[in-house]
Design a protein around this ligand. Structure first.
Ligand SMILES: *Cc1c(COP(=O)(O)O)cnc(C)c1O
Length: 388
């Protein structure tokens, strides 16, 4: 009898990160989950098989990843997708034409584009509000509202949404509450514990953590939503390949170790930047000067490695972004390597300029994803780029 360690919430987070969802391979007993690189499975007779018929519908490597992340988020079901945006797409497909969604105004640029330019055309309606303000969410509610969607902390302004307060509001009005937990990861924040119905990830970022694949994942505790998501995953077919699932699964095993280092480095670099007169603004929820630091301490157990800074003018932002040597100028975040980005022209270029200005996303804003290199080297690198 195989002993399976899954949805085993009596174990600690790091134990579950390594073991949850995993079964020793029945053929050879391989300790690590094999990559089931196959599109189909043999049937012994008509309707006689091992539960696997076709790889869009079922793949053992993918299932292990799904169970693993579900366990880390304290959910019961997980569904892997080909990208983070494919997981947002799947969640929005739970809705019907005519339904209304209240969404954070500072969500990932691609999420905003998917909502407005694709689902808007298909009959969903969106109101973008500052979800930091519970009253603004309540005011945006109409009889057609079916979902509240948010990211916390937001990208790149690092604003927080009070998860428990939104959880209460959505529960009181029977709305689905969806949280994109890509930035915090379940190591620092578990939205389901605060009342979220659906939690999604771009596994491309911290869950994989090594910048070597693209993927997404949705988890839920609710059996009814799981049944519908499973249907959408198979019917729409935006599934990840087994090798990418295996890479993401290799990543989640070290998630606690990596997040502790991202957090330690993030705190140190944020404090160092905050002390510099030539950096007018530092956005990091772990700084006591962050306007929502108390909330951050309540709903997060760490603050991670994402920091945004406003360096005052766009020309200087360009010089800094092009002047770092260890921080690589690139889109994306959450890998072991440090990255620097210019949201206005990179990740958030698809957000209308007027909306960017309204939320403080200026042309002089830079976003740092602090990796796990030596913090002293990272600080020296930023120092030389800021003083060029
Ligand atoms: C990157 C990202 C996404 C999109 O994920 P992809 O894997 O690039 O499709 C969604 N939300 C957040 C917060 C992200 O950082």
């Amino acid at each position: 009898m195989t002993r399976i360690l899954h949805d085993d919430l009596e174990h600690g987070f790091a134990t579950r990160a390594v073991h949850s969802g995993q079964v020793p391979d029945p053929l050879a007993g391989a300790v690590m989950t094999p990559i089931y690189q196959t599109s189909t499975y043999i049937q012994e007779g008509l309707g006689k098989h091992k539960g696997y018929e076709y790889a869009r519908t079922q793949n053992p490597t993918r299932e292990v990843l799904e169970r693993n992340v579900a366990s880390l988020e304290g959910a019961a079901h997980g569904f892997a997708f080909a990208s983070g945006l494919a997981s947002v797409d799947a969640v929005l497909k739970l809705l019907h034409a005519g339904d209304h969604v209240i969404c954070g105004e500072n969500v990932y640029g691609g999420t905003h584009r998917l909502m407005e330019q694709i689902f808007g055309r298909l009959g969903l309606h969106f109101t973008f509000v500052n979800t930091r303000d519970i009253k603004a969410i309540d005011r945006a509610r109409t009889p057609a509202t079916k979902m509240v969607y948010c990211e916390t902390p937001t990208n790149p302004m690092m604003l927080l949404t009070d998860l428990a307060a939104v959880g209460d509001l959505t529960q009181a009005h029977g709305l689905l509450f969806t949280v994109d937990n890509t930035f915090a990861t379940p190591f620092f924040q578990r939205p389901i514990e605060h009342g979220a119905d659906l939690v999604l990830h771009s596994t491309t970022k911290y869950l994989n953590g090594h910048s070597d694949m693209v993927g997404g994942l949705v988890v839920t505790k609710r059996d009814d939503l799981a049944e519908r998501l499973g249907f959408i995953q198979n019917a729409a077919g935006a599934v990840p390949g087994p090798f990418d699932c295996w890479l993401a699964l290799r990543g989640t095993k070290t998630l606690p170790l990596r997040m502790r280092q991202h957090d330690a480095t993030g705190r140190r670099i944020a404090a160092w930047l905050d002390g510099r007169a030539d950096v007018p603004k530092v956005y990091y929820p772990g700084l006591p000067s962050h306007p929502q630091h108390d909330l951050a301490c309540r709903q997060m157990s760490g603050f991670g490695g994402m920091i945004s800074i406003d360096v005052g003018d766009p020309a200087r932002a360009r010089r800094v972004a092009e002047g770092t040597r260890i921080f690589r100028l690139a889109e994306s975040l959450g890998g072991v390597e440090s990255l620097i980005g210019h949201p206005a022209s990179m990740t958030h270029a698809s957000v209308p300029a007027e909306m960017r200005r309204a939320m403080g996303l200026t042309d002089s804003l830079l976003r740092l994803s602090c990796g796990i290199e030596d913090p002293d080297d990272l600080i020296a690198d930023l120092e030389q780029a800021l003083t060029r």
